[in-house]
Design a protein around this ligand. Sequence first.
Ligand SMILES: *[C@@H]1O[C@H](CO)[C@@H](O)[C@H](O)[C@H]1NC(C)=O
Ligand SMILES: *[C@@H]1O[C@H](CO)[C@@H](O)[C@H](O)[C@H]1NC(C)=O
Length: 311
Amino acid sequence: MGKKSSNPINSQMKKKAKASKNLTSTLFETREIKLKISPIVIISLLILLISIAIAWDKYRQQAFCQILTSDYKDKILWISVPDHKNTKDYVSLDNGAFVYRHIYMDGFEKEFNVKPIHFPIIDPDIADFLTRHNLRARILNNTEISQEYASSIFSTSETWAPIIEDTKFRVGNGTYVDDERVYVRWVNDIVKWGMFASRTLQPNELIGIFAGFITRQSDDVEYAWEFNYLADVLDDDGEIVRTCIDGKYMGNYLRFANHRDANHNGEEIYVIYDDLWYVLYIAQEEIKPHEQIFVDYGQGYWNNKQKYDFD
Ligand SMILES: *[C@@H]1O[C@H](CO)[C@@H](O)[C@H](O)[C@H]1NC(C)=O
Ligand SMILES: *[C@@H]1O[C@H](CO)[C@@H](O)[C@H](O)[C@H]1NC(C)=O
């Protein structure tokens, strides 16, 4: 940019300076003849105004480009959501990775009014019920659950327990560092936000532990995973307490992951740690940087909703 385009502006400015000198002398002269403003004065005023406007616009464009290019390298500035009436065209052209801002958890509060948490938090209201949940024993004791299925749950849980424990302890002692392996960005007006890989994720690599408030089910389960999976949470009287891990008001990146029927590159798994369920998202295949990560929400979620076809 720089030199070449700034020269014409400079010469334009000089011309303008000259023009205004001529103008003042013209004004002085016209005062003597009863302040009569001739059409020539009006025209030259207009020309002056137009040239100022053009020069200003050029200057602004130049400044704007400089700001963009210097910041472009790592964190991309928010530009604006294009007005796209034809979603089909828009999705096929979607290279939004370089258009839309990448939002990390430090921006959740400001952007989404969501409290960023890295590990699920138990609602004190149901904490007592959960200490008596006895999940492992109840799965073993449940004749409707096959032994194979039960042992596959336990062995998967064993695999992931050390990572869950490490995350829990680090969050607890304040040494947890978000490695920003994923980020959130705008997708389109229909699905709104989505979760994207920041770097390559290997098959079977952990995408994250779904963080949310483990609480009695509210009406809105838009961002919630069922907690009463295979065994219901029971209150003091043995009544079922519908419980979920709700990411609506607090959560991490995973609450933004969208659903896809087939070819979802991420998978959610339920694992037991500390005798409670945790929902983990795992890469099912290699996921490339800036690829959107999809999981399968399960049929229950869609019972009263319209699906968006990402394919
Ligand atoms: C296992 O099942 C039996 C029979 O349904 C029941 O009496 C017992 O309390 C159950 N044990 C646990 C740990 O749920
Ligand atoms: C915090 O917890 C992690 C995981 O258990 C541990 O490795 C680390 O040493 C702890 N740090 C402090 C300062 O306690």
